[in-house]
Write a protein that binds this ligand. Structure first.
Ligand code: NAD
Length: 292
C-alpha cells in the first residue's frame, strides 16, 4: 500500500520505519530537514510538501504535536490534495473537539478518517509495540486496523470519532493522579519512619497497589527497573504528562464534568514543569513532594 506519513519526529520516525518494514511504500513529509533525512535512511521516500506526499497515497498517517497542527495540515493541505477514497489516520494526541471537527470535515468531503492516539513512548514506536485507541466508524476502523497493526501490538476500537482521544486522556489522567498519590504515600511513609522497601512489599499486595507502584515505581532500587533507576531519564516526560492532563481538564470543562484529582495532578505537574523539570520522567514528581 502507498502511505503518506506526515510528522516524522520522535514517534513518527519509528512508526514510519515500521510501515516500511511491513512492506508499504511510505512517502514522508515533515517541516524538519533532520526528520526527513532520518525517514529516508529508514527507507521512506521524501516529498516536498504534505500536498505532494498525499496526492497519490491510499492512506495518510499523521503524528503531529497538537490539535492546531492537525487542523491546519488536514484543512489546508490533505483534503484538497488526497486521492478520492484515501483513508486518513491521525495518531497524534490532540483534544477531543478538534479530532471530532477534523473527522467530520473529512466525512463531508467523502473521506473516511480515524483518530488513533497511542499508548507507549519512543521505544514502543521504534519497536512496533504501541497500543492504538481508535475512534471512528466500523468501516473506517476495519480499513485502519491492518495499517495500525504494522506499528503496534494492540489496536482497540474505542467507538465513534474522537473516542480514541477520549480513551487516551482519561487513561493518562488516571495515570497522572495515581502517580502523584503513589509518590505522596512513599514520601509520607518515609517521613513517618517506614522503610520504603517494606512499604512497597506491603502496599504492592494490598489495596493501595497500582501500575504506578508495581510496574513503574517512582523510587530507585524498588520494584522492577523504571526511570527512577536512571535518575528519571527516559520514560514519559513530565511535559507530555502535563500536555495530556491539560487535554483531560479541557475535555472535562467542555462537558461540565468534575475532575478534582485530574485538576490537582495538572497543577502539580505544572509546578514541576515550571521548575525546569519538563524533560524528566513524570515519576520525578516524587522529588518535589519530598521537598528535594
Ligand atoms: P515531535 O515534536 O518529536 O514530532 C512532531 C513532528 O511534527 C516534528 O518533526 C515536526 O517538525 C512535525 N511537524 C509539525 N508541524 C508540521 C507540519 N505542519 N507539517 C509537517 N510536519 C510537521 O513529537 P513526538 O514526540 O513525535 O510526538 C508526536 C505526537 O505523539 C504528539 O501529539 C504527542 O503528544 C504524541 N505522543 C508522544 C509520545 C512520546 O513519548 N514522545 C508518547 C505518546 C504520544
Amino acid at each position: 500500500m502507498k502511505i503518506a506519513f506526515i510528522g516524522l519526529g520522535n514517534m513518527g520516525g519509528g512508526m514510519a520505519a515500521n510501515l516500511v518494514k511491513a512492506g508499504h511504500e511510505v512517502i514522508a513529509f515533515d517541516l524538519s530537514e533532520a526528520a526527513l533525512a532520518h525517514a529516508e535512511e529508514a527507507g521512506c521516500s521524501r516529498a516536498t510538501s504534505t500536498a505532494a506526499a498525499v496526492a497519490s497515497a491510499d492512506a495518510v498517517v499523521s503524528m503531529l504535536p497538537a490539535g492546531k497542527h492537525v487542523d491546519m495540515v488536514y484543512g489546508n493541505e490533505v483534503f484538497g490534495s488526497a486521492a478520492s477514497g484515501a483513508l486518513f489516520l491521525d495518531c497524534s494526541t490532540i483534544d477531543v473537539a478538534t479530532a471530532r471537527k477534523v473527522i467530520a470535515a473529512a466525512a463531508s468531503k467523502g473521506f473516511e478518517m480515524v483518530d488513533a492516539p497511542v499508548s507507549g513512548g519512543i521505544a514502543a514506536a521504534a519497536g512496533g509495540t504501541l497500543t492504538f485507541m481508535v475512534g471512528g466508524t466500523d468501516s473506517a476502523f476495519e480499513r485502519a486496523r491492518p495499517i495500525l497493526s504494522a506499528m503496534g501490538k494492540a489496536v482497540i476500537h474505542a467507538g465513534s470519532a474522537g473516542n480514541g482521544q477520549a480513551a487516551k486522556i482519561c487513561n493518562n489522567m488516571l495515570l497522572g493522579a495515581t502517580m502523584v498519590a503513589t509518590c505522596e504515600a512513599f514520601a509520607l511513609a518515609e517521613k513517618i519512619g517506614l522503610d520504603p522497601q517494606i512499604f512497597y512489599d506491603i502496599s504492592s499486595v494490598s489495596s493501595g497497589q497500582s501500575w504506578s507502584m508495581t510496574s513503574y515505581c517512582p523510587l530507585p532500587g524498588i520494584g522492577p527497573q523504571s526511570p527512577a533507576d536512571n535518575n528519571y531519564q527516559g520514560g514519559f516526560a513530565t511535559a507530555l504528562m502535563l500536555k495530556d492532563l491539560k487535554l483531560a481538564t479541557q475535555a472535562a470543562h467542555a462537558v461540565d464534568a468534575s475532575v478534582p484529582m485530574g485538576n490537582a495532578a495538572e497543577a502539580l505537574y505544572q509546578m514541576l514543569a515550571s521548575a525546569g523539570e519538563g524533560g524528566r520522567d513524570f515519576s520525578a514528581i516524587i522529588e518535589m513532594l519530598r521537598g528535594k
